[in-house]
Structure formats: C-alpha cells, structure tokens
Design a protein around this ligand. Structure first.
Ligand SMILES: NC(=O)c1ccc[n+]([C@@H]2O[C@H](COP(=O)([O-])OP(=O)(O)OC[C@H]3O[C@@H](n4cnc5c(N)ncnc54)[C@H](O)[C@@H]3O)[C@@H](O)[C@H]2O)c1
Length: 289
C-alpha cells in the first residue's frame, strides 16, 4: 500500500505503548482503532488520552476544538472483527512470542490481504513474526520509544521478506507522526535494546550485590553520565516484565552468558512488581494503579 492509501490504523494493545502510538497516529490525522483484550485497560487508555490532549491544550499546543477532534479519531475495540477495514496494523501487546503468535494469526484472517502489518516488539525477530502471516512482504518492525508522544526515534526493521514499498510507506508514516525513523537490521534487541537493556540488567546486579542503594545507582548515572533518568527508574518506566523478556531473548538468541537476566529482576517480576504500571517496582508509585 502507498502512503496516501493508508487512512485507518489499528493499534493492538492499549498499554503504555499502544496508547502512545494511538495518540501520535491520531495527531497525524489517521483514524485509529485501539484494541485490547481487557476492557479496563481500554477505559484507562481512553481516560489517559483525554488527559494528555487536555495537557496539550493547557500548554497552548492545540485548542480545545482540535483536542476534541483528535480524540474523536480514536475508537476503542474489544473484538478483532472491528479491525477488518484497517490499512495498517501496529501491534503493541505484551512481549511474549506465543501470545503475539496467536494474535497475528487472527489478525491475518480478519484484515484485508493488502494491509500492512507492523510490530512494536522490543526484541523478537521480525522475520519470525512475519512468518506467521500470509504476506510476510507486508510485515515490518516499527519500534517506538517510551513515552511515545515525547520520544523522537522509531527503529524501522525489515524482515527477510519485507518489500521496498512497505518499507518506504512505513518510513513515511513514522515521519508523518513527527518521528525520525532509523533503519536497523533484524537482530535480537535491534540497536536500542541491544545496548540499553543489558545496562539496565547490570544496574540490577549492582543493586543485588549491595554495591549501592537504588537512589545512589540512579544518581550516579544521572549526575555522572548526564542520563535524564537513572537505569532503575527507567526499568520501572519500561516495565520490569518487558525488561526481563528482552533480556531472555538476548540471552537465548545470542547464546552468550553475559546476557543472563539478574535474579533480582526475575524475582521482582515473579512478585508482580512490574514497575510504574503496577504501582511498585524498584520504587513505589503512590497513586498509580
Ligand atoms: N515499555 C516500553 O518501554 C516499550 C518500548 C518499546 C516497545 N515496547 C514493546 O511494546 C509492546 C507493549 O509493551 P507495553 O509496555 O505497552 O506493555 P503493557 O504491559 O503496558 O501493555 C500490553 C497490553 O497488551 C494487552 N494484551 C495482551 N495480550 C493481548 C491480546 N492477545 N490481544 C490484545 N491485547 C493483548 C494487555 O492487556 C496490555 O494492555 C511489547 O512488545 C514491548 O516489548 C515496550
């Protein structure tokens, strides 16, 4: 599909990434259908999006009428059949191959054969995900950063079969969303997470070994390296389950023991301490869910 044929975008998963992708897609003028299996998540995402647009109004970035119009472009859906007429599907569900596998085969059945499919996966092979659908030439990686509305980068990852038209169309859509697309190859963690996530995992080892408190570890990296956030606060923002899943993919796919996940990270995930989204991770987030 060409850029001008893309009118309606389905976003699968209404968690922190899906909601952000829905926001930038609607702001770029697309009709958006935001899909999730949990109604409560859809409601929360809808409320969060409204708040974000009101914040933009308060900051003078759009007026009230524009905010209302953009909000109207985003519909929520809990049935896959509601996505049938979408031209581009961006998947941002939980980082789990089996769950993604099952959803992609349903999407493949439900959507038009010329629709473009993109995954926001942080680490799973695009070629492998593309093999789950009938037209792997129209499957691509579109890896947004968190929080989506504020971060400039989108990694664009071709699978083995991705065709040039799909690649060019998705590059242009990322630009239309106000982002800077950067082309990277299909390798575990691509570039962003190959570099970032082992650093966050190492921060957990530093904590686990009692080298310093969480606050001290984060301060060292903020004040010493000019990082805007410390690694443990950033891990909490990303979601500790997502950080662990990415480490597991790096460990498994690259086969090097240097990528083993820190036991403390695993323990937090087992305890349900998933970071900011669950209200408790390395730090506690009062008032959060
Ligand atoms: N968190 C980050 O910083 C970040 C950054 C870039 C990419 N990603 C990737 O984006 C994806 C989503 O991450 P997130 O942080 O938004 O996770 P999240 O936990 O906030 O949201 C995941 C959502 O997926 C939904 N879901 C699970 N199974 C589903 C199904 N079968 N059908 C529909 N919805 C389903 C859940 O209900 C949940 O709302 C993952 O692949 C992750 O690796 C995350």
């Amino acid at each position: 599909m060409e850029l001008n044929e893309i009118k309606k975008i389905a976003v699968l998963g209404a968690g922190q990434m899906g909601a952000g992708i829905a926001q930038v897609a609607a702001q770029a003028g697309y009709s958006v259908v935001l899909y999730d299996i949990q109604d409560a998540v859809l409601e929360r995402a809808h409320g969060g999006l409204k708040k974000n647009f009101l914040k933009l109004v308060a900051k003078g970035k759009m007026n009230e009428q524009e905010a209302e119009e953009v909000m109207k472009k985003i519909k929520t859906a809990s049935l896959i059949s509601e996505l049938a007429d979408c031209d581009l599907v961006v998947e941002a569900i939980v980082e789990n191959l089996e769950i993604k596998r099952s959803l992609w085969s349903q999407i493949d059945q439900a959507c038009a054969p010329d629709a473009i499919f993109a995954s926001n996966t942080s680490s799973l092979a695009i070629t492998q995900l593309a093999s789950l659908v009938s037209h792997p030439e129209r499957f691509i990686g579109m890896h947004f950063m968190n929080p989506v509305p504020y971060m400039q980068l989108v990694e664009i990852i071709d699978g083995l079969a991705t065709d040039a038209k799909t690649h060019e169309t998705v590059m242009e859509i990322a630009r239309k969303m106000g982002k800077t697309p950067v082309e990277v190859n299909d390798a575990p963690g691509f570039v962003a997470n190959r570099l970032l996530i082992p650093m966050l995992n190492e921060a957990f080892f530093v904590l686990h070994e009692g080298v310093a408190t969480p606050e001290a570890i984060d301060q060292v990296m903020k004040l010493g390296m000019n990082h805007p956030m410390g690694p443990l606060a950033l891990a909490d923002l990303i979601g500790l389950d997502t950080v662990l899943s990415i480490m597991e993919v790096l460990h498994h796919d690259l086969g090097d023991p240097k990528y083993r996940p820190c036991p403390l990270l695993r323990k937090y995930v087992q305890a349900g301490r998933l970071g900011k989204k669950s209200g408790l991770g390395v730090y506690s987030y009062e008032g959060a869910k």
